[in-house]
Design a protein around this ligand. Structure first.
Ligand code: AMP
Ligand code: MG
Length: 318
């Protein structure tokens, strides 16, 4: 243990830690974030150290209101403004041209910056008390499933970060939708709770995600790293995928009927609940030494798109 990790329920107290240059995990509607003051380089470095995050993976900058976006981004296009009007605050990150003062540590050397304005009331109060915009990736060890509750943050980062602002289990449970607005037309970089159809209702020409090969020399550098993976092996199942059989101690998560013999199961009522519970279920399976987790593929509708993306990446991660 390097540092004492303080737990608090007070957004103001958590913000006071952050304003002093410390690392603070906080709840949002997508997943928990690990934040620092964007203007304090030494603090930004602490994030990469605590998470074991590769330095070429940029951080998302969190703001408390749309008006604050201009502090970190420049040349904001009309289409970006339309998306902000419709979806801020909410589970959407926009990639915009950065203001020159924004540290290249935050953007991993890119000329763009990812900006998000969360909707979660505790996150908003916390950000309101922070003196500057907050650079924050997900609050988990690099490569592990994102944390969707404060206990998961504690499990990964106790002794490595200064403070955890406790809140509820993240309502959505998957990371934000990312749209690149630094080029016209904008392009979806990462699927999330806000789907392509919803985005296209606002910006009809918005492009879908690029082919996987492009992610290998990616616009969104984080997409090339293994993500969302528990220690257990992930196998996709359901229509068009494999069956649920394997020699090891197994678990199952999905929407239909759990197979017989699975040691741990999680049957969800709909894709929203599946997303909400997925990452915590992965962590539970690791604690219970599960060898294989069978994940039923949901239909590619609504948040099902983002879920399929995360499940596929988790399956590739091993
Ligand atoms: P995380 O918050 O842990 O999901 O990580 C943030 C993700 O946002 C990274 O993996 C990047 O792929 C993406 N991101 C952040 N900033 C940018 C940017 N300027 N351009 C493209 N993608 C970005
Ligand atoms: Mg992450």
């Amino acid at each position: 243990m390097d540092v004492e990790t303080i737990l608090t329920d007070s957004p103001a107290e958590a913000a006071a830690h952050l304003n002093r240059g410390e690392t603070v995990a906080f709840p949002t509607e997508t997943v928990y974030g690990l934040g620092v003051d964007i203007t304090i380089e030494e603090a930004v470095r602490k994030i990469f150290l605590a998470k074991g995050r590769p330095s070429d993976n940029p951080l998302i900058v969190h703001v408390h209101a749309s008006e604050q976006v201009g502090e970190v981004a420049s040349g904001i296009s009309d289409t970006a403004r339309l998306l902000m009007q419709r979806f801020f605050p909410g589970p959407l990150t926009l990639v915009l041209c950065k203001q020159s003062w924004v540290s290249s540590l935050v953007t991993a050397g890119l000329s763009t910056v990812g900006v998000r304005c969360p909707e979660h009331p505790v996150a908003r109060e916390f950000l309101h008390h922070c003196r500057h915009p907050v650079a924050a990736p997900s609050a988990n060890l690099s490569g592990k499933p994102s944390s969707t509750d404060w206990k998961s943050v504690h499990e990964d980062l106790n002794g490595k970060i200064n403070c955890i602002l406790r809140g509820e289990h993240s309502a959505i449970g998957l990371e934000s939708t990312i749209v690149d607005c630094s080029t016209e037309p904008p392009r979806l970089l990462r699927a999330g709770a806000i789907g392509l159809d919803e985005l296209r209702a606002v910006v009809p020409g918005l492009l879908g995600p690029a082919a996987i090969e492009e992610h290998r020399r990616p616009k969104s550098p984080g997409l090339k790293y293994p993500h969302y993976a528990p220690s257990a092996e992930i196998r996709l199942c359901g229509e068009g995928y494999g069956t649920c059989s394997g020699g090891k101690k197994t678990a199952w998560i999905g929407l239909s009927h759990p197979p017989e013999g699975a040691a741990v199961t999680c049957r969800c009522g709909d894709a929203g609940e599946y997303a909400h519970r997925l990452f915590r279920f992965f962590r539970e399976c690791d604690r219970k030494n599960i060898g294989i987790i069978f994940c039923e593929m949901p239909a590619p509708e609504g948040i099902g798109q983002a879920l399929r993306d995360r499940l596929q990446r988790a399956a590739e991660g091993k």
